[in-house]
Design a binder for this molecule. Structure first.
Ligand code: GLV
Ligand code: GLV
Length: 346
């Protein structure tokens, strides 16, 4: 191969590797055992010559790494993720490195996890499972694991992009799966997205995020940037219903996790379903003890089809830039408009 492409992790499937090999690339996959690579680890991986890198959301892609990649002749970087808060896009641009992400293929998979967490939280599935395994079930009781009925409740979706909109659609499937009767949606881009138009055509109204946060159930799907950091904090939690359900499948820092733990302690009927955490892989002290929290390890996009698709898209992003042909999406443009034009939440 003429070009050297590095992947910081082994990724599902073989299609992404074959695509690169067929197009003159030598693929090198990091074999380090540790889960999270440091900046130094990645500099060593980049070495003296590297045309492109496929990286992960656990890595800090800032000035140092883009400078190193550029010195090695690299022109392309793709995150294997739709979120790219771990990437300093300006630093990449400064060093002439194009940045790509992997939207689209993970939309439905992520929305399905949010829906799963909604039901698990409402019906206390995990708590009940632990109770069974602990051998505590000694007969049916009228009060045993009484939870929330979602039918007839109103769901607020904060961040109605691709994923939030798919979640809204799932929760609105009235014929087969009658859950929530009404959906309130906040997105700064509501009117400019096809999803926004679709939802509006179906009678769903855009609202302020504060109003969405006052519903029976709230699901968070915004990107993480300075306008959404700690959007859910002590103050906004205090405005929520005491028996609300809060789901987060976006990024941990959208929620002030310390304030959330305190809120869960004070309000035993308030329930959360969390896929992401402020200091991954850690949970804030006390969260693991809360029975009213369902927690899973950032697995929202973890279906086989989606993960293979993400790997393929990441490879195409890098390949497209190296070979100079147009590919799905535009690796020069990691949806930058999302960051630049986002109005601060009202
Ligand atoms: C996962 O969190 C992603 O952003 O793809
Ligand atoms: C519960 O199992 C019922 O029969 O109501």
């Amino acid at each position: 191969g003429k070009y050297r492409v590095v992947s910081t992790k082994s990724m599902p499937g073989t299609r992404w590797i074959n695509l690169l090999i067929e197009q003159d690339c030598r693929v090198e996959i990091c074999t380090q055992k540790k889960t999270i690579l440091s900046v130094e680890d990645i500099i060593a991986l980049i070495g003296d010559k590297c045309d492109g890198v496929i990286g992960q959301l656990t890595e800090d892609w800032g000035e140092t790494l883009f400078a190193a990649l550029s010195r090695a002749g690299g022109k392309a970087f793709s995150n294997m993720a739709v979120g790219y808060n771990n990437v300093d896009v300006n630093a990449a641009n400064k060093h002439g490195v194009a940045v790509g992400n992997t939207p689209g293929v993970l939309t439905e998979t992520t929305a399905e996890l949010a829906a799963s967490l909604s039901l698990a939280a409402a019906r206390r599935i995990v708590e009940a499972d632990q109770f069974m395994r602990a051998g505590l079930y000694d007969g049916w009781l009228p009060h045993l694991f009484v939870g929330n009925l979602l039918k007839g409740q109103t769901v607020g979706v904060i961040g109605a992009g691709r994923i939030g909109s798919a979640y809204a659609r799932m929760m609105l499937l009235k014929k087969t799966f009658e859950i929530a009767d009404h959906m309130l949606i906040y997105s700064p881009f509501f009117f400019i997205t096809a999803y926004g138009a679709f939802l509006k055509a179906n009678g769903e109204q855009p609202v302020t995020w504060r109003r969405a946060a006052s519903m029976d159930e709230i699901s968070l799907h915004p990107i993480l940037d300075k306008t959404t950091y700690h959007l859910i904090n002590k103050e906004s939690l205090a405005t929520m219903k005491k028996e609300a359900i809060l789901i987060n499948c976006s990024r941990g820092p959208v929620v002030d996790e310390v304030a959330l733990v305190e809120h869960l302690k004070q309000n035993p009927m308030f329930r959360v379903g969390l896929d992401v955490f402020e200091d991954e892989p850690y949970m804030k002290p006390g969260l693991a003890d809360m029975k009213n929290a369902v927690v899973v390890p950032h697995i929202a996009s973890a279906s086989k089809w989606t993960r293979e698709g993400m790997a393929t898209l990441a490879a195409l992003n890098v390949l497209g830039k190296i070979k100079g042909y147009p590919v799905w999406g535009d690796p020069n443009r990691v949806e930058p408009f999302l960051n630049e034009n986002a109005p601060p939440p009202a």
